[in-house]
Design a binder for this molecule. Structure first.
Ligand SMILES: Cc1cc2nc3c(=O)[nH]c(=O)nc-3n(C[C@H](O)[C@H](O)[C@H](O)COP(=O)(O)OP(=O)(O)OC[C@H]3O[C@@H](n4cnc5c(N)ncnc54)[C@H](O)[C@@H]3O)c2cc1C
Length: 509
């Protein structure tokens, strides 16, 4: 007997976002998370890219901004040893929030609670099987083992995804030997922080402030005589494979300092210890019949700052498609567009993060020259904007069926200000409920009448827009434009084209 519409394995950022989006689409997910409590291992220090705009479209951005621990920094992002410096631009193509991952997960958890998501912590998925009708999951819970049967299962279970393994989905790619360790610690009185930020270590001598490259890797220190807390950073190549969920220890940090710099550094209190490694892996497919993958289970990128953005956007893309299938109106092939669209987006993120590996790992003069040339190019506005859109994931244009598509089709819907009979609103406001929207911006009763056949699934709005990039726009729940038309041609094909788009995305009326 089917007990859940969708089982989500894993309550990280991807699984929690998916659960909330499914609830908005009227589906009841069951989230199974093996850890009994929310995690405390420090991971991402912030959230950036297209997901921030999506959160704004869901009416959540202000809440996320309010939870930030630090002021929002000037937009400047590392990119493989160089920097994307958007401070010169009034409207930067990329934004970020200094929202540590623990806080992000807390907010997403609270949101899931508000939407009445069934979230079970301390429940580990140990087995998965599927047939034509359902997925069966073996769970090890606090009260013993049990089984759940669901229509679909989504593995949001991270880099070492058991779901991916059980579904037999390949995860080819490269694991780089580079291990980065970042620590904020206090030092005992025996170590002196000099006026210029250098450290004087008994029995070793002076460690220069800033970065020091050695035969074994890179060491960095940032210290000030006015603060007892110093930041330490090491990068070295290692053959050990680490699990990101295994916390780094002070001993691990000290061992790394000894290898990279040859120093025995006494450490007082550790305020933050984190380790990250770089892998470039992407699941061969994001769907195998009734099992789907999202987030780190589907992709691992070899650079920082992009993974959560990609994972949460996977969730937003997938939720409404799964819901359409469960509600029984999904047109043929709708669920497969999840793989087509998000695998494409993942490949694009892989492209620039792999380029970052090439930029950052070279240590000879030729590599230095490459970084310098790259940094010079990024001083110009056009390449800077282009790179910003690439890193943010805002340049994604999903391929839409049919030829001769409008320039908006497949892109993230622009946030137009809309004047309606009921007052002024915006695309962002209309997307808060995560329902498809048909926008008639040129007062076309014939188009509204066609859309009316789908009114149980699609919201219909007539408005005047200050800026009108199209006369009519059909927007999917993930805020991507399914279809748009500018009606200036003598043979007006908008009506049949709209009907085709509505059928193609939202099924037969
Ligand atoms: C030190 C560090 C810094 C990082 N910095 C950044 C950054 O700045 N920006 C960024 O975007 N990303 C960053 N990342 C990566 C980011 O943390 C991950 O991309 C993100 O956590 C992935 O989210 P997810 O929900 O897909 O998977 P995860 O967060 O890995 O969540 C998976 C969940 O599934 C659960 N699970 C696994 N197996 C099972 C099972 N069998 N049954 C039930 N539950 C299961 C796990 O317990 C876990 O809670 C960083 C990572 C590290 C380690």
């Amino acid at each position: 007997m089917i007990e859940a519409d969708v089982i989500i394995v894993g309550a990280g950022p991807t699984g929690l976002m998916l659960a909330a989006e499914l609830r908005l689409a009227g589906v009841r997910p069951l989230v199974l998370e093996r850890q009994p409590q929310r995690r405390v291992t420090p991971k991402a220090g912030g959230l950036g890219g297209q997901i921030l705009e999506l959160l704004r479209y869901r009416g959540l951005l202000e809440r996320f901004q309010a939870a930030c621990t630090d002021p929002v920094p000037a937009p400047r992002f590392p990119f493989g040893g160089v920097h994307l410096d958007f401070t010169q631009l009034a409207d930067p193509p990329m934004h970020a929030l200094p929202l540590p991952q623990q806080l992000l997960e807390q907010l997403l958890d609270e949101r899931a609670g508000e939407l009445d998501v069934d979230l079970r912590r301390g429940h580990e998925v140990v087995g998965v099987s599927q047939d034509a009708a359902a997925v069966t999951v073996d769970v090890r819970g606090p009260d013993g083992p049990y089984q759940v049967i669901a229509r679909y299962l989504v593995g949001c279970d991270g880099a070492r995804s058991r779901v991916r393994d059980r579904a037999g989905i390949g995860f080819p790619g490269t694991t780089y030997p580079e291990v980065n360790r970042l620590a904020q610690v206090t030092l005992p009185d025996t170590v002196t922080i000099l006026g210029n930020g250098d450290l004087d270590v008994p029995g070793f001598g002076t460690i220069r402030a800033g970065f020091t490259r050695t035969d074994r890797g890179l060491f960095g220190v940032s210290a000030s005589p006015t603060s007892t807390v110093v930041s330490l950073y090491t990068i070295e190549d290692e053959s050990t494979e680490y699990d990101d969920d295994t916390p780094m220890t002070v001993t691990e940090l000290q061992d790394s300092l000894r290898r990279v710099l040859g120093v025995d550094l006494p450490v007082g209190k550790a305020l933050r210890l984190s380790r990250f490694t770089f892998k470039a892996h992407q699941a061969e497919r994001y769907r195998h019949r009734r099992i789907l993958l999202a987030g780190d289970a589907a992709h691992l990128f070899p650079a920082t700052g992009v993974a959560i953005n990609a994972g949460m956007l996977d969730a937003v893309n997938l939720a409404w498609k799964l819901a359409a299938d469960i509600h029984g109106w999904a047109p043929a092939g709708l669920l497969d567009t999840y793989h087509h669209e998000r695998h494409l987006a993942g490949a694009r993120t892989m492209l620039h993060t792999r380029a970052q590996v090439a930029l950052r790992r070279g240590h000879d003069v030729a590599a230095e020259a490459l970084r310098e040339v790259f940094q010079e190019l990024l001083a110009d506005e056009s390449p800077l904007r282009r790179m910003g859109a690439l890193v943010a994931g805002t340049d994604i244009r999903y391929p839409m069926p049919g030829s001769d598509q409008h320039a908006l089709a497949g892109t993230f819907a622009p946030d137009l200000t809309l004047h309606t009979d009921q007052g002024t609103t915006s695309v962002a406001e209309l997307m808060q409920t995560a329902r498809p929207v048909f926008l008639d911006l040129a007062d076309r009763p014939d188009l509204r009448q066609i859309a009316g056949d789908w009114q149980s699934r699609v919201e219909i709005h007539t408005a005047k827009a200050d800026q009108r990039p199209a006369d009519a726009v059909l927007i999917r729940p993930d805020a991507h434009v399914a279809w748009a038309a500018t009606i200036d041609e003598p043979a007006d094909t908008a009506a049949p084209a709209l009907r085709e788009a509505l059928t193609g995305w939202f099924g037969t009326p």
